[in-house]
Write a new protein. Structure first.
Lengths: 537, 322
């Protein structure tokens, strides 16, 4: 028997032996769960996988799912967000608005950094200036563009910091509840300078886990902070080690064999295997990550009729069911499906939108296409080489053909795909590209920032006064219920104009060993101390 | 020519060839990186817009405004003093990034080479000495099949059966400490060694069976020398030349294959560093790592060239240099 035949036999044996569970385990109606019960037993070591290695652990440069989950456990912001996306006190034990452009934060007493030094208003002001204030361009922070309405940051009392704005800003506190608002030790950070956040230096913060050791390419370890100020939230886990397995199959194998205890956003291709795994459980939580077509500065997709035609012709329900089984849902609006307030208002609006499961309206789409000049009916769509997004692009191409649109698909390497975001010359060789996007926090208003003329990501140069007016109105409205209504009005405009064409959204995925509990499946994990409640059952 | 002077000249000639080829390779590598489309500055800033001063500082630090030749000379000068530049992604020195990872890659290569050499030579010798038998037929068929299976397929099967299925080996990582390292590298080295073994076995089989049918072996047999002596002194010793060539080729293949296998098993070696550097457009790292791997292959080639006259004194200096 040749080696090849032997290998084939061995694989079949292995697949059979690996704990297949009865088909009744799979339900088509997926339950979304925001939390798991907190762990009660201490655990010495937990190994967790990240999508890829962080490039730094400096909070002001932590904007992705690689850095956030690490930094969120170490550094604390003035405010925080719970698994239901509600704003909560953090290092600020209370916060209030003294007038629509002034916010006052009372800093908690007795909080210490890991080296024992107390957290003072000096540290708070230093950190915020470094993040989005006067020293933020020098520090290389990624956050200044989110805080364009900040006028001044100053210590206004022994335990008090006041931030004044140029205009009311309803998003301000939400973004403060991310690493943008993290407090780091002033003496440590100014001494380390550009080395702050690098593998050899780490950071100096006050969170429930402290930075222990980072071996680049291999692992990053955090240790529990026994002296954490909130005695009830001292971690049960002694050591939390992050690995950086970015190969889909390897990550899935490591999870199945138990060498890795858990992972967020497990690869789509591994979902069927992990659903059947014995040693752990795959859970889905509320999450706003979705796939859309981004138009570029090139002319074809800047024509609204073309975008609407594509939207009508796309069979989003089929895409969700066939290309992302068990993983994604079709979108029926640009409104992200996660809202921290105004639930009834937003849900009512979503319910009023056309059902994506209904038959696609190809006639209407064809009519729209006929209204476009013949020479403008060609477009090139770029996509990353991930099999699922390529399949989506191909579906769009074939639906396009049915309505008289000539869609060409260009497949790019992950590297080239990244370059689309900042290389205009590369980007404008295509009319549009498929991209995953996500709201920065669970306020649908935040997502609308992308469609304002000033937004870096507004490649299609969408500029509609009706939208901008409604957006500005909502931004200045602090009252949640009122703002929800105004935000819906803004979404009515973008759902008509479709500056981006939404396709599917993916609830957040969490795989966790059955010996552990406490990590939240909710996407709110990404900026928070999600491992503080992790422990044994 | 013979004697110590001739030997020295021969070695010098070979080393000169090695250095010349490396120089040429370095030019090609630098040129390839230079021609990569897309903006390194964009990759450095991650798409955020920076102030003009910040952009200028980055351009200066990474030498993004140099001419091709100027940049190449600077880079080469750096390489010769072990200053391989700064990584665009990690903001750390490339030399230290590679230095931290080279141990894993070399362990993997050493283990794979040992496995390949042992399995390949043994299978090849057995097959070569027993041409026409069922055993030989089995080995030949097996190696033909194995040659067709790429390392990542072998890796996937090995992981599925031995790591996930039986739980006998780890699914990823390189381990630290001699015992842990060996245990962690068993499956990766096995995956890598599969094709090399097949190739070496076939080359050895051919070399051995050719020698067996040669005149001097017939003569030795005819004179009544015991089989073991014939095989050892006359067959193997002479088969060593084609076998060494095969080992050289296999080593090159192993080095290239190590990049894939390292990625599958998440070993933090130079291979994974190279792959992620390519993905993130970390050009200084790509250039240095590629040059290193090319250099490694060239050094092994040269060492084998230097081995020929030792194995076969009939090869005169001038013939060896041809």
């Amino acid at each position: 028997m040749s080696a090849a035949a032997l290998a084939l036999a061995a694989t079949t044996l292995a697949a059979c032996g690996n704990g297949a569970q009865p088909a009744s385990e799979h339900s088509s109606e997926r339950q979304l769960v925001a939390e798991t019960p907190a762990g009660t037993k201490p655990v010495t070591q937990v190994t967790w996988n990240l999508l890829r290695e962080p490039t730094t652990v400096d909070p002001i440069k932590s904007q992705t799912e690689a850095e956030g989950p690490v930094v969120g456990n170490m550094c604390e912001s003035l405010l925080t967000v719970n698994s239901a996306f509600q704003l909560q006190p953090g290092l600020a034990e209370s916060f209030e608005m003294t007038d629509p452009t002034t916010w006052v934060y009372r800093i908690r007493d007795g909080v210490k950094f890991w080296d024992g030094k107390p957290v003072t208003t000096d540290d708070v002001v230093y950190s915020l200036q470094r993040s989005f204030g006067t020293t933020s361009t020098k520090s290389g922070s990624f956050y200044p563009t989110y805080f364009t309405r900040v006028k001044a940051i100053k210590a206004s009392g022994a335990n008090e910091v006041t931030i004044s704005l140029t205009e009311p800003d309803a998003l301000f506190n939400r973004i403060l509840a991310t690493p943008a608002g993290a407090v780091v030790e002033k003496t440590f950070a100014s001494r380390e300078g550009a080395d702050f956040g690098t593998p050899t230096v780490g950071v100096m913060c006050s969170g429930p886990f402290k930075f222990s050791r980072w071996t680049p390419g291999r692992e990053l370890t955090l240790e529990k902070n026994d002296a954490y100020w909130d005695a009830e939230r001292v971690p049960k886990v002694e050591r939390l080690t992050f690995k950086f397995i970015d190969n889909d199959a390897t990550a899935a194998a490591a999870l199945q064999s138990g060498e890795v205890d858990g992972m967020y956003e497990v690869p789509v291709s591994s979902v069927p295997r992990l659903k059947r795994a014995n040693a752990g459980t795959l859970r889905f939580g509320p999450g706003p990550r979705f796939l859309a077509i981004f138009p570029t500065e090139k002319s074809a997709l800047r024509e609204q009729k073309l975008r609407e035609a594509l939207y009508l012709a796309m069979d989003r329900a089929a895409i969700a069911k066939q290309i992302f089984p068990d993983v994604a849902e079709p979108m029926k609006s640009l409104t992200p499906p996660v809202f921290a307030y105004g639930e009834d208002t937003f849900q009512q609006y979503l319910d009023s939108r056309p059902d994506p499961n209904a038959k696609t309206d190809l006639d209407k789409a064809r009519l729209l296409v006929q209204g476009i000049d013949e020479s403008e009916r060609n477009l090139t769509l770029a996509t990353e080489s991930t099999p699922s997004t390529v399949a989506v692009a191909n579906q769009i191409q074939s639906q396009g053909k049915k309505i008289g649109l000539n869609v060409e698909v260009e497949v790019l390497t992950p590297n080239q795909n990244e370059a689309l975001y900042f290389d205009k010359k590369l980007r404008t060789s295509y009319d549009g590209f498929l991209a995953y996007t996500w709201t920065y926090n669970a306020d649908p208003l935040d997502f609308l920032v992308y469609f304002t003329p000033a937004s870096y990501y507004n490649y299609g140069l969408y500029d509609n006064k009706e939208f901008s007016d409604r957006f500005e109105d909502a931004l200045g409205t602090y009252d949640d219920a009122q703002r929800a209504t105004e935000v819906v009005e803004a979404y009515k405009v973008v759902d008509r104009d479709l500056p981006w064409i939404p396709i599917i959204y993916e609830p957040n995925r969490l795989y966790m060993s059955n010996q552990l509990t406490g990590a939240p499946p909710s996407w709110a994990y990404v900026w928070s101390a999600w491992a503080a409640r992790l422990g044994g059952k | 020519m013979s004697g110590p002077v001739g030997a020295a000249r021969f070695v010098a000639g070979r080393v000169g060839l090695l250095l010349g080829t490396l120089l040429f390779a370095s030019l090609v590598i630098y040129l390839a990186a230079y021609l990569v489309p897309g903006s390194t500055l964009g990759a450095l800033t991650g798409g955020r817009s920076l102030s003009p001063e910040a952009s200028a500082a980055l351009i200066e630090q990474y030498g993004l405004d140099q001419s091709f030749l100027g940049g190449y000379v600077n880079w080469l000068a750096g390489v010769l003093t072990f200053d391989l530049g700064t990584s665009v992604v990690y903001r750390d020195e490339v030399a230290s990034l590679i230095g931290n990872r080279i141990g894993v890659t070399l362990s993997l290569l050493a283990l794979s080479l040992v496995l390949t050499a042992i399995a390949g030579l043994v299978l090849g010798m057995v097959a070569g000495l027993r041409v026409g038998t069922r055993l030989e037929g089995l080995i030949t068929a097996g190696t033909t099949g194995a040659l067709a299976i790429p390392p990542f397929v072998t890796a996937a099967v090995l992981v599925s059966v031995f790591a996930v299925g039986l739980g006998a080996f780890p699914t990823f990582g390189a381990g630290s400490g001699v015992v842990q390292r060996l245990w962690h590298l068993t499956l990766p080295a096995g995956a890598l060694a599969m094709v090399g073994t097949a190739y070496l076995a076939r080359a050895t089989r051919t070399a051995v069976s050719d020698e067996l049918s040669s005149r001097h072996v017939e003569t030795a047999r005819g004179r009544g020398l015991p089989s073991a002596v014939v095989v050892r002194r006359h067959v193997f010793r002479n088969a060593l030349i084609p076998v060494s060539t095969a080992v050289g080729l296999v080593a090159a293949y192993l080095i290239a294959g190590a990049v894939v296998v390292e990625n599958v098993f998440q070993l933090d070696g130079v291979g994974t560093l190279l792959v992620s550097a390519v993905e993130q457009k970390d050009l200084p790292v790509v250039q240095a790592a590629t040059l290193l791997l090319v250099g490694l292959i060239m050094v092994i080639s040269t060492l084998i060239d230097l081995l020929y006259p030792v194995l076969d004194p009939r090869l005169s200096r001038s013939k060896a240099l041809a």
